[in-house]
Design a protein around this ligand. Structure first.
Ligand SMILES: NC(=O)c1ccc[n+]([C@@H]2O[C@H](COP(=O)([O-])OP(=O)(O)OC[C@H]3O[C@@H](n4cnc5c(N)ncnc54)[C@H](O)[C@@H]3O)[C@@H](O)[C@H]2O)c1
Length: 215
């Protein structure tokens, strides 16, 4: 079954947020929720949520809302939340160490399972994650069946490392470096630029102040 192929990308991106919130609800013993309550918690508007959920079939009932357990088990299937996804991190510097500290494990099914560098951290364990020498990259990626990597190296090293990752079988790269790396078809790169994000926020605050404040 491959539901994700039929779900629009924007909806798919919201799924982990729905999933996280529904997990909180289930832990708190809540059995059902309305789209308005979900909207309040997730900050997506209720119409968006209803449309998103409509892609998953008629799960909501008028006057009843959504069954938390049913939604969760459906999302778990789509997100494959039940299995842990191992991710590699390349570059254990300032940003890399911050991500290692955070890891993703508590709030999702992903975790950094292996990190790589050429610096003095090689051979150590930081935040519970073993740091390997770059010479072990290919072997570890294959052995741990890792197909997603986070790139936090200086931009000069980014393309060469990307090529090595792709050769080792990596299919997705979260790229924090400013370089727009080239990858072959079938490999996806997600560029993350915090400056951009902040700039977008500044733009919205300056241009849509009345909307965001509601005044
Ligand atoms: N996208 C963002 O929002 C954002 C924010 C901060 C930093 N960055 C970028 O992230 C990257 C890392 O930033 P930082 O501040 O952590 O830098 P840093 O210098 O602290 O860390 C870089 C790490 O990469 C390692 N490294 C260097 N060459 C390597 C190679 N060939 N193979 C493996 N490891 C290698 C270094 O030993 C070091 O540990 C930079 O490209 C920076 O521009 C992006």
């Amino acid at each position: 079954m491959n539901e994700q192929a039929r779900i629009p990308r924007a909806t798919a991106k919201r799924l982990p947020i729905y999933y996280r919130y529904l997990t909180f609800l289930e832990d708190a013993g809540t059995t059902r929720i309305s789209s308005a309550e979900l909207a309040e918690a997730t900050k997506f508007d209720a119409a968006t949520i209803r449309r998103d959920f409509s892609y998953f079939g008629a799960l909501g009932k008028r006057g009843y809302g959504y069954d938390v357990k049913a939604l969760l088990s459906f999302f778990a299937k789509v997100l494959d939340q039940n299995s842990l996804i191992n991710v590699a991190l390349i570059g254990v510097g300032n940003l890399g160490q911050a991500l290692l500290n955070f890891n993703f494990h508590q709030s999702s099914n992903m975790r950094i399972a292996a990190a790589f560098d050429i610096n003095e951290h090689r051979g150590k364990i930081l935040s519970g994650v073993p740091i390997y020498d770059m010479s072990e990259l290919e072997e570890q990626i294959k052995a741990q069946r890792i197909n997603i990597a986070i790139l936090t190296v200086p931009q000069e090293a980014a393309q060469e490392i990307t090529d090595t990752l792709v050769a080792a079988g990596v299919k997705g790269i979260m790229n924090f470096t400013p370089l727009r790396v080239s990858v072959p078809d079938g490999v996806r790169v997600q560029n993350v630029d915090l400056t951009n994000e902040l700039q977008t926020l500044v733009y919205f605050i300056q241009n849509y102040a009345s909307i965001t404040t509601g005044k």
